[in-house]
Design a protein around this ligand. Structure first.
Ligand code: PGA
Length: 294
């Protein structure tokens, strides 16, 4: 049988006061209750913890050993309690965040401002595609997830944060540049640079193409939005990208084509598993994200 924490606390008080009566007062117990508790503890240890000489109570050798063990256990517990209250009050610790690749254009910027406001928070940010993100959700790997179209088969709490329009991007010398209302069927003639399978962007594009019976000629598959921009600049084809991927774009080689049914209106959301107990750090970031996106 293991000693209980309560027995150890009563023993420590009795040893500190050198008196069962005073230990009883400290815990609002009766003296006989304290006496029984210490007897039970001695029985568990297998040796007497106190000896009484005259009216004076003395710790035995093993009593001294147990007292010093109690002091270090209670010291550690005190430290843990302090750490806990720090975490609760000051929002300190690590945030585990995972976001789809299209978020690479706004999440790091937001994190910069957030870190300035909360210097006690460290962040791990995983950028990956939609399919991988769903897998991470299933494995409960992160605190919060940012993505478009959170899966309905996973029980999630979801808050929309920002629009993510998908646009057709071409080289600025492309013959369709400047045309108004380009028919979507015109895309049948184009060389397409497509995101990899598992990408949410690809899924959205493919769904639109299926709906309008567009058979895109996929010449190149790339898993990076930046690499796709480079490929368009090199004249390898056209693609569909998040409009955010063009923001602040120095490269004037790229332009948006005015194709019917575009932009595809998507929305990024922040999500977390319904049963998840969010840490103070994660709650703090969630509130921050929702506030800045409003
Ligand atoms: P992805 O992002 O194409 O990087 O998978 C899709 C999304 O915005 O959810």
């Amino acid at each position: 049988m293991q000693p209980t924490l309560h027995q150890l606390k009563v023993f420590e008080a009795a040893a500190r006061h050198g008196s069962l009566t005073q230990a009883a007062e400290e815990f609002c117990l009766t003296q006989p209750t304290v006496s029984v508790s210490i007897k039970q503890l001695s029985k568990t240890v297998g040796l007497p913890l106190f000896e009484k000489i005259g009216k004076q109570l003395y710790l035995t050798e093993v009593g001294h050993q147990l007292l010093s063990t109690c002091q270090s256990i209670f010291g550690e517990l005190d430290q843990f309690e302090m750490l806990l209250s720090d975490l609760q009050v000051k929002a300190q610790g690590k945030l585990h965040l995972a976001a789809v690749t299209t978020c690479q254009y706004f999440v790091p910027r937001l994190l910069g401002n957030f870190c300035d406001q909360y210097p006690g928070i460290d962040i791990s940010l995983i950028i990956t595609n939609h399919q991988d993100l769903e897998k991470r959700m299933m494995e409960n790997r992160d605190d919060l997830y940012i993505l478009s179209h959170p899966p309905s088969y996973i029980d999630l709490k979801v808050q929309p944060v920002m629009k993510n329009p998908l646009v057709v991007v071409a080289h600025s010398t492309h013959p369709l540049v400047g045309q108004q209302e380009i028919s979507i069927s015109a895309l049948n003639q184009e060389r397409f640079i497509m995101r990899e399978l598992g990408s949410g962007t690809r899924y959205a594009v493919q769904s639109l193409f299926n709906k309008h019976k567009i058979k895109a000629k996929i010449k190149l598959e790339l898993s990076s939005n930046e690499a796709i921009k480079q490929a368009i600049s090199r004249g390898l084809g056209i693609s569909v990208l998040s409009r955010h991927s063009l923001n602040g774009q120095e490269n004037s080689d790229l332009t948006i084509l005015n194709v019917e049914h575009f932009p595809i209106d998507q929305q990024w959301s922040v999500a977390y598993l319904s049963g998840k107990h969010l840490s103070v750090v994660a709650e703090t970031f969630l509130k921050y994200l929702v506030a800045v996106s409003e």
